[in-house]
Design a protein around this ligand. Structure first.
Ligand SMILES: NC(=O)c1ccc[n+]([C@@H]2O[C@H](COP(=O)([O-])OP(=O)(O)OC[C@H]3O[C@@H](n4cnc5c(N)ncnc54)[C@H](OP(=O)(O)O)[C@@H]3O)[C@@H](O)[C@H]2O)c1
Length: 283
């Protein structure tokens, strides 16, 4: 199978390199900017294409690794050529394969193949993909081929349905971006207490990394500590009162409601009702 890429950015370069590292053959890269396709081709030992139709005719599997907002317009370009029998994938977490509208009319097969991972660089991130969990969604006829491509490289995967892709992507945002928002909230409060940026960072790094490490090693339920877990309603009330005028109050309340679910898994016999009711009226 010859694998071609449209879009020589972070995911295109990293996934392409990872595929070649796993003995797959790349036809090469087509990108908006010829400098990008040239450097991606050089990086992966494949070919630069300046003509989209040539990339398509030289590839059995085509990864469309352009930003989410450009996938539909690139698809409009692709369908002008003969794509019968080809497997066409994008890597968006939020979009489903339905963005390749009418693909079956062209006797081709569409997929979304999402690495559940942040890929930050073009040329220094490919080894991170070995740790990625993939989510695969698309045409029933060829889905096992796509799953095999991923699992043969040692990656775990889950097949999901198109109609849950947006919710699935929200989960990824919870696990990555929203964690940053929560950490930033902690830094903001420390600065309001008189910490400098540097002191806040120094204070937060051990507590954040220790907490993440505990959650990885023990799971979120066993890792949970703090006033919600202890059912310490008085302390939670104190925090909410201290945050009364803060834009972080709602985040604290909503996240604490979620923590009660975790705390109940940890202590099914503990009565969290008073704390739960208090948080309900804080909205
Ligand atoms: N980065 C991540 O952490 C990550 C993780 C999982 C999934 N994804 C998904 O992977 C996909 C690509 O993301 P990315 O982070 O790799 O983006 P990126 O680094 O911005 O790269 C996108 C590339 O697409 C090219 N491009 C844009 N419009 C194009 C067009 N009309 N025709 C051809 N090429 C075009 C750009 O090329 P030029 O350089 O030639 O201008 C750019 O290099 C997205 O669907 C994203 O949701 C990203």
């Amino acid at each position: 199978m010859n694998i071609g890429f449209i879009g020589a950015g972070k995911v295109g370069c990293s996934l392409g390199k990872y595929l070649t590292f796993n003995q797959h053959f790349l036809s090469g890269y087509y990108s908006r900017n010829p400098e990008s396709s040239a450097s991606a081709a050089n990086y992966t030992g494949s070919r630069q294409f300046l003509d989209l139709s040539e990339l398509i005719s030289s590839s059995d599997i085509i990864f469309v690794t352009v930003p989410d907002g450009a996938i539909a317009s690139v698809w409009d370009e692709i369908v002008r050529f003969d794509i019968s029998g080809k497997i066409i994938c994008h890597c968006s977490g939020a979009l489903s394969s339905s963005v390749f509208s009418g693909i079956r009319d062209h006797s081709a097969y569409g997929f979304s193949v999402h690495p559940f991972l942040a890929i930050s660089g073009k040329f220094d991130s490919y080894q991170d993909i070995s740790k990625a969990f993939f989510t695969i969604e698309g045409s029933a006829e060829k889905i096992q081929e796509v799953c095999k491509l991923i699992s043969d490289m040692g990656n775990s995967y889950q097949i999901i349905q198109a109609d849950v892709k947006t919710k699935y992507h929200a989960a990824a945002v919870f696990a990555s971006n929203l964690m940053i928002g929560v950490m930033d909230g902690a830094a903001q409060l420390l600065k309001e207490c008189g910490f400098t940026d540097e002191q806040a960072e120094k204070a937060l790094i051990p507590i954040i990394s220790g907490n993440i490490q505990n959650a990885i090693e023990k799971g979120t339920t066993k890792a949970l500590t703090g006033p919600v877990e202890r059912c310490d309603t008085g302390t939670v009330k104190g925090h909410i009162s201290a945050l009364e005028d803060s834009d972080l109050k709602n985040l604290y309340v909503e996240a604490s409601k979620q923590l009660i679910k975790v705390a109940l898994r940890k202590h099914p016999d503990r009565d969290y009702e008073e704390l739960k009711n208090f948080l309900e009226i804080c909205d």
